[in-house]
Design a protein around this ligand. Sequence first.
Ligand code: FAD
Length: 386
Amino acid sequence: MDFALSDRAAVFRADVKAFLAEQVTDEVIGAMHESGTFNDRGLNGALADAGLLAGAVPGYGDRDPVELYILFNELEKAGAPYDGLAVTMLVAGVVHSVGTDFHRTEVLEKLITGRHNCCLGYSEPDHGSDVAAITTRAVRDGDGWVIDGRKMWTTMAHESDWVLLLTRTDPDVPKHQGLTMFLVHMDTPGIEVQPVATMATERTNATFFDAVRVGDQWRLGEVNGGWSVMGVALALERGVMGGTNPAVPLLRHVRAWAETAPSPDGGTMIDDPLLRERLARTAIANQVGQLLTLRAAWVAATGGLPGVEGSMAKIFASEAYQQVVGWFQQMAGAEGLLGFGADGAAGNGWIDYDARHAPVTTIYGGTTEINRNNIAERHLGLPRTR
Ligand SMILES: Cc1cc2nc3c(=O)[nH]c(=O)nc-3n(C[C@H](O)[C@H](O)[C@H](O)COP(=O)(O)OP(=O)(O)OC[C@H]3O[C@@H](n4cnc5c(N)ncnc54)[C@H](O)[C@@H]3O)c2cc1C
């Protein structure tokens, strides 16, 4: 593969960088951490108005997945609230790939304005890794369906217009063959959203579905064909849509801290040989994470689904992130435990935040163990685990 960006992609990166430098202010970042909602419709809408968003939908328009990667890579490096946008663009990509004209008009065209959101309703209280075993039921009722069940970790449900909802439509066949996907409007009667706080400040939700009625036109893909829709969604989620460069802003914050923080040996921490070595190791890990993600984007750009490549990028980046933030929190001592706004907080509270955020990155979007299984089975050809 060729790692060099095309001229057009390089221009796109410059445009995105310039846009973010102006729009992602301290206020935007502060609001995201105060609210726990990593989504900013003002920013998303402005990205759309600047012509930078429609190209972010995988397969849609004339931009390719490398440009999609560039957009999320730059959002991540800027520390911008992008989780809601990433999920929304991922769903837009799924709609584009498997949806009908009705879905494109009713959902896709709205999502790309940046003024609407979608969340992911896969996981349930008892089914996360083994998501094919979910029990939320959709039962045929005349021209439509009636949905009953519970979803867990429906991040952004409280901000969303639709949920991409995985349901069981046939409990009497092998689990992967009895699933159907729907797009359900969050205003539909019978849906309740309850907040769930996390230690990383990010809000997620538990979502309840009680006799929720949806028309058949809101079904995405075939009846009992939900697993193949999941395949498209998961391949897009891991790797390309951000989440593989979390230690890039951390490196910036640690470096700024080390330039003034006193070292126990005299001078400042930036002269400490161990810290310097760890900064260098972090820079290397960031570069590798970036290249692995670029490879996943390249696979998508050349017509493939980067299922294995995305798993590799996610495992590498999230494990590296956990390791490096542990180093820096240890070296910052007590100040590394102080959060945003606290006097003397190392890196203005970013080291504390990253230490609380890093654990979840090896869980959501598929745990490290599940991604390893994916690589073992699909890349190495080892026997299936289940
Ligand atoms: C903050 C947050 C946000 C999230 N957002 C969303 C969202 O928006 N939408 C959504 O649908 N889900 C979301 N999730 C859910 C996430 O995808 C699941 O938490 C994840 O898939 C793990 O499922 P689980 O929590 O049920 O753990 P379990 O599946 O019970 O796993 C527990 C442990 O067992 C290990 N394990 C399980 N099976 C195997 C196996 N076969 N081989 C080896 N090890 C195994 C796992 O790796 C893990 O370490 C979110 C989760 C969190 C924490």
